[in-house]
Write a protein that binds this ligand. Structure first.
Ligand code: F6P
Length: 748
């Protein structure tokens, strides 16, 4: 309202000034019109009265002429009439003729015509008309002039009236313009305010979808596009600031969820569940699986709450869920829910063991194990993906949830969710490598897999080379539009952003894992393994998977002992290998190979002291794993191909004493982030042996320098950043789609 007054008052003042300036001009104009009117009126009257006047003059009836003139001047405007025979004679006139008009005075005027005169009675119009005779013969005998005097005061009255009307008109005009302006201003102000508020809430600037779908505003189209661009720029500026200034923590992540995503519910889908309930006789034991995916996502879910949908694979899983198949976890301090999905043995065999782990796993890892593709497995893979899609739909509280789809078990799920919940933001993350197009080509259902993944809003990989491979593969096998500058793929009318999000671990690590001091860990773990106190110790922690390069690792140890026999009896490598996928032939075969090789190497060097390799094929709880990390002099990660490998980062996190050496395969995603590790090619036994020797003899200062740099990296690029970046990108996409879905706007 104040704004409207601020606008209306000046407008009214301007209009008043215009009225004031215009009125003299109007006065002049109307005066000219009226004088012209009086001129022609006088001429008319003069013509009309000339004949009777001539007759009366000719008849010498002067008294009658006076009456005649008096009668005529009773007209409202004709003030007086007079006749002058000569300049010297007195004027024959009506009574009302002003005294200053005499025949002598008329003779001094410039001649016949019209004159304006000021008199006691007011302004007068005096018209002098020469008399003419109807009979030419008498013309000389008809001298004299007729004088017609009109009252002009009515002109002044009219002018006053006109001025008054003019003021009224301008006032009415001002009021009308003000009213229209105020209404328009109020409407647009409200619209802009709503837009700005929406922007501040993180919605599209010109849209409040839940309240009022906006009408199509073609006029705003260019503005919307500019705004969109502006938002993008601001976002990228903010992102740069975020990256450099934010210390990512569980709290930061919670703030992002509540601020950027307004606390929306997050649904995670993975095959492996974070807590497995196993029956052990009378009691139920809670197990934590050996899984990089679980290691990364669990702290995220603790921070964000929400629902984690996963396969219920534990023998007591059924016993602990509610009627909706949900259980609150972590058991000691519940923060989120697991929604369990039950699979039949046939489904598990076809989808998990078959298609996912005999087909896609070796296909993507290129670890020289042939992928096996069976149509029966494919059918189960489709059916199980569909089952999980239904679970997502039933868990979604809104029509646009944020769904985090995890890994190669669910390549088809993004498309299925998108079909059911087109407004959902689906972020898929592929935890394993993506091969080059030639390697991927051998999958018989390659097009279906790619189309399924492109149901995602964002498709994430650990490294840029995996993103490149994926985009190349899509380009090769699908009719899709691939934008290599923005790394966006458009397929079937849907756009997917392909992005790199290097996964990590929680930072700082859980204090419970670091509770025991390093000397205590060194002592305890050596005792546990019957090793002397100062014995050099190496550690490897993996699932017993052929991609982890455990055989290559053992061969490197053997080579070290061949090349540097001084280490025989003074160095032992403890390999913790969690059993995995043991229903698959290849894994059984691999386990047998690992056991045989360890036995052979030990047999070869054991006689000169403790065994060089201690193989523990069993699941170890995180506190015991961390104790091993803290007790070791080196950690050896020799994956033949690995998306990231979080064991490398966990070892770094465990070493708050800033000691210990990491030997890391160049074929892991982690090698790109931790160049201070000793980077090796696991296929090169000599090189790995040299790295082992270097690690065992590395001075404390160098260990410290390397470890400090690696710890700094892991602290900064922790798992909260991994999840936070994905969620921020999801928030950005949601803002963009609100803007671009608006009628009358187009995609960037
Ligand atoms: O990190 C890759 C990954 O395949 C995860 O998807 C999985 O949770 C983990 O390794 C362990 O594998 P599995 O769940 O088959 O035991």
């Amino acid at each position: 309202m104040r704004l409207s007054l601020r606008f209306v008052l000046p407008l009214l003042l301007v209009l008043a000034a215009i009225a004031y300036a215009v009125s003299p001009m109007v006065d002049q104009l109307t005066l000219r019109w009226f004088v012209r009117d009086l001129d022609s009126r006088s001429a008319l009257i003069a013509n009309a009265i000339q004949e009777p006047l001539l007759e009366q003059l000719a008849a010498g009836r002067k008294a009658k002429t006076g009456d005649f003139f008096n009668r005529i001047s009773q007209d409202e405007r004709l003030f007086a009439v007079g006749y002058c025979a000569t300049p010297d004679t007195p004027m024959l006139a009506s009574r009302s003729l002003p005294k200053q008009i005499t025949c002598a005075e008329l003779a001094r005027w410039t001649g016949p015509g019209e004159h304006l005169l000021a008199s006691e009675q007011g302004p007068l119009h005096v018209a002098v008309h020469p008399m003419t005779s109807a009979a030419p013969a008498d013309a000389a005998a008809v001298p004299g002039q007729l004088v017609l005097v009109h009252d002009m005061s009515f002109i002044t009255r009219r002018s006053e009236e006109t001025k008054r009307y003019l003021v009224y008109v301008f006032m009415a005009l001002g009021a009308a313009v003000s009213l229209i302006t105020v209404i328009v201003a109020q409407l647009s102000w409200r619209g802009w305010m709503a837009g700005v508020r929406a922007l501040l809430r993180g919605e599209g600037l010109l849209r409040q979808p839940e309240i009022n779908p906006p009408p199509s505003l073609p006029g705003f189209k260019p503005i919307a596009r500019d705004l969109q661009r502006l938002i993008s720029e601001l976002e990228s500026e903010n992102r740069a600031r975020d990256e450099s200034q934010l210390t990512w923590s569980a709290e930061t992540l919670r703030t992002i969820l509540h601020g950027e995503l307004r606390g929306e519910d997050v649904i995670v889908v993975s095959n492996r569940e974070p807590y497995i309930h196993q029956r052990r006789g009378e009691r139920i034991e809670v197990q934590r699986p050996a899984s990089g995916l679980v290691t990364a996502l669990e702290p995220i879910m603790r921070a964000c709450s929400g629902t984690w949908i996963a396969h219920g694979s534990g023998s007591a899983d059924h016993e602990v869920v509610d009627k909706n198949d949900r259980v609150a976890v972590p058991p000691e301090n519940p923060a989120y829910h697991i929604r369990r999905v039950w699979l039949t043995p046939e489904e598990e065999a076809g989808y998990y063991y078959g298609f996912a782990n005999e087909g896609l796993w070796p296909l993507c890892h290129i670890a020289h194990v042939r992928p096996i593709f069976r149509s029966g497995d494919w059918a189960q893979y489709i059916a199980v993906n569909r089952k999980f899609a239904q679970a997502v739909v039933s868990e979604a509280k809104t029509k646009n949830p944020i769904v985090l789809v995890q890994d190669y078990h669910f390549a088809l799920l993004p498309k299925m969710i998108h079909e059911e919940l087109p407004e959902a933001t689906i972020i898929s993350f592929w935890h394993i490598p993506w091969p080059n197009p030639e390697s991927f080509a051998i999958c018989p259902w390659r097009e279906e897999i790619l189309a399924g993944m492109l149901g995602s809003s964002i498709m994430g990989f650990h490294t840029q080379s995996h993103c490149n491979n994926f985009v190349d593969t899509v380009d090769r096998f699908l009719e899709a539009r691939v934008d290599r500058e923005s790394f966006n793929v458009s397929f079937g009318g849907k756009r997917t952003s392909v992005r790199r999000y290097p996964i990590s671990i929680a930072w700082p690590p859980d204090p419970e894992l670091l509770q025991k001091c390093v000397p205590e860990c060194r002592r305890h773990i050596r005792e546990l393994n019957d090793l002397p106190p100062e014995h050099k110790l190496g550690i490897g922690v993996d699932r017993l998977d052929y991609t982890k390069g455990i055989l290559e690792r053992f061969r490197a140890i053997e080579r070290l002992l061949e090349l540097k026999p001084d280490w025989i009896g003074h160095f032992t490598f403890v390999q913790i290998a969690a059993p995995t996928r043991s229903g698959i032939d290849e894994y059984q075969h691999h386990e047998a190979q690992v056991r045989t090789l360890a036995t052979r190497i030990n047999a070869r060097f054991e006689r000169r002291g403790p065994a060089p390799i201690i193989l523990k094929i069993e699941q170890h709880a995180p506190p015991l794993v961390y104790e091993h990390f803290r007790a070791a002099d080196l950690c050896f990660v020799s994956s033949l191909h690995d998306g990231m490998n979080l064991v490398a980062k966990e070892f770094v996190a465990a070493r708050d004493d800033e000691r210990g050496v990491l030997i890391l395969s160049e074929f892991t995603g982690a090698a790109r982030e931790l160049p201070e590790a000793l980077i090796v090619n696991p296929y090169d036994a000599d090189q790995c042996a040299a790295a082992l020797h270097l690690a065992l003899s590395m001075p404390d200062m160098e260990q410290r320098d390397r470890m400090l740099l690696m710890r700094g990296l892991v602290a900064e690029f922790n798992v909260f950043r991994w999840a936070g970046r994905m969620l921020l990108d999801a928030a950005t996409q949601r803002r963009h789609s609100r803007l671009t879905d608006m009628p009358g706007t187009s995609t960037l």
